[in-house]
Ligand binder design. Structure first.
Ligand code: LLP
Length: 475
């Protein structure tokens, strides 16, 4: 048997002798693919992405290595944008939820595709700004923004998505203090908990009532009354119901839930609402059994839900914002590892160890997430063993993939794990003092470094050793 990775929603058939797709790349929804759109098997029987041989990339840049396919990322951005133009009659703006992967190159690519950026810290604001994104397209989220972060955001004129009372009051004070320096009142939106539940991992559900995020709908009138008297320019409301969602119904329902609050704000409190942000959450296909809707189907569904709800309530269509993270960047990247040793526990399992693990991909240990992988230097080799891919950390739970079918492997083979673009680099750590991997962007046969590999010296950059402690080691 050989590895057969099929993509149900397209004609792409990726086998261990990975056939290139016959359909045109831009008709495939990247979030429904296991591999980046440009993945093929080349004449050396190696995996190739963006015209670059993955084995050569590892020789050049080392491993572990994040490999980002520019075509896949641009295609995902364009599909979101085009789907809104096709299915929504009002204005729209797609924001990239940069918590999925905040770095200069990713922000620059999505920015150049006309997307704005959703940020959750001053660090993510700085990254988006340095990547050249206009502050008018930066929306600042978070459930505990510090006064310092709020001032920083106000300085550039980003829109702040206010999460709670404390923040609202702090912001109003800051706005009053800074009003001389600022020509315009701060633009804010209000995040509400819509009470919509969806089927995803408990840690990544956010829209149900028992959530740390957003204002409770029961206090919404008091919030609107406060905002109406404040120095803030409140332009609308926001909700985000969760992540890695495959059902369309919860996103279809958002319009109907939000419109009632939109109407109340305008008609009872005289607020000048014009924007509705329905968050992100569309899932991706990590393993064959995952079956997310396409980007276009998702956009069509939310557009129809919002349009129907606003028409029924007699309000003009709002500017519709959404903020996908995972479905933009998740399937555009793979991680290449070098295989080290193996260990067979008779009648139980064989462990194959790679040179990374929970520090570059904490999702399996955190959410029991499943991943798919291939041996990139023997793509057509027969699948002959069921193995467990273990990371190199001192932790028994550091398992990247349990019970995967692979060909025979040798020390030095290159294992490539798919779907690592979202919440991998951004959640990476230096556990066990492992340096964070490098990342490259590939396209049309070229590769460029977008994140340098950390060095051992980098690991000590923030350490301080008071002299008396150093002396004491010499006693
Ligand atoms: N907007 C808000 C307010 C969010 O909290 C999130 C994700 C998004 C947008 C983007 O959601 P997406 O389109 O990526 O589903 N670390 C977890 C995911 C946490 C999601 C946090 N919020 C994971 O690795 O699965």
């Amino acid at each position: 048997m050989t590895t057969v990775l099929t993509s149900q929603k397209s004609e792409t058939v990726v086998t261990n002798s990975l056939k290139n797709t016959t359909s045109s790349l831009d008709s495939l929804s990247p979030n429904q693919q296991l591999l980046p759109l440009t993945a093929i098997v080349n004449s050396n029987d190696h995996l190739e992405i963006g015209g670059c041989d993955v084995v050569d990339l590892v020789s050049q840049y080392g491993s572990p290595l994040y490999i980002l396919d520019e075509v896949s990322l641009r295609t995902a951005c364009q599909q979101y944008r085009d789907a809104f133009s096709k299915h929504y009659q009002g204005q729209s703006q797609v924001l990239y939820a940069s918590k999925a992967w905040s770095c200069l190159a990713v922000c620059a690519i999505v920015g150049s595709e006309g997307l704005g950026i959703d940020v959750v810290s001053a660090g993510e604001i700085l990254t988006a700004l340095r990547a050249g994104v206009s502050p008018s397209l930066i929306y600042f989220h978070g459930n505990n923004k510090s006064a310092d972060e709020l001032s920083y955001s106000l300085e550039f004129g980003c829109t702040i998505v206010v999460d709670n009372w404390n923040e609202l009051q702090t912001l109003d004070l800051l706005a009053k203090e800074q009003s001389i320096a600022m020509s315009l009142a701060p633009r804010i939106m209000l995040r509400l908990t819509p009470g919509i539940e969806c089927h995803t991992h408990e840690y990544i559900q956010t829209g149900h009532i028992d959530s740390k995020f957003g204002f409770d709908p029961n206090e919404i009138e008091a919030v609107f009354a406060f905002v109406a008297k404040s120095s803030l320019n409140c332009i609308g409301i926001h909700a985000h119901i969760g992540s890695q969602i495959f059902e369309l119904q919860p996103h279809q329902d958002i319009g109907g839930v939000m419109v009632q609050w939109f109407k109340l704000a305008i008609e009872k409190y005289g607020l000048k609402f014009s924007e509705l942000n329905i968050g992100g959450g569309l899932g991706i296909r990590y393993v064959e059994s995952d079956d997310p809707p396409s980007i276009e189907d998702w956009v069509q569904t939310v557009s129809a839900g919002v349009t129907d709800a606003f028409i029924a309530s007699g309000l003009p269509l709002p500017k519709l914002l959404c903020e996908p993270g995972r479905s933009l960047v998740g399937a555009t990247c793979v991680t290449a590892y070098t295989i080290g040793g193996s260990k067979t526990v008779p009648d139980i399992r064989t462990y194959i160890t790679v040179d990374g693990g929970m520090s570059d991909n904490p999702r399996p240990i955190t959410y029991q997430s499943k991943y798919r992988a291939v041996v990139a230097n023997h793509m057509s080799a027969s699948l002959s063993q069921t193995v467990t891919i273990a990371g190199k950390h001192c932790e028994s739970g550091d398992i990247l993939i349990k019970d995967i079918q692979l060909p025979e492997t040798n020390v030095g083979d290159i294992l490539v794990v798919f779907g690592t673009g979202a919440y991998n680099y951004s959640m990476a750590s230096n556990y066990n003092r492992l340096p964070k991997p490098a990342a490259v962007v590939v396209g049309t046969g070229d590769s460029s470094l977008i994140i340098k590999r950390e060095t051992r010296e980098d690991l000590l950059r923030q350490d301080c050793l008071p002299e008396r402690l150093y002396q004491s080691t010499k006693v």
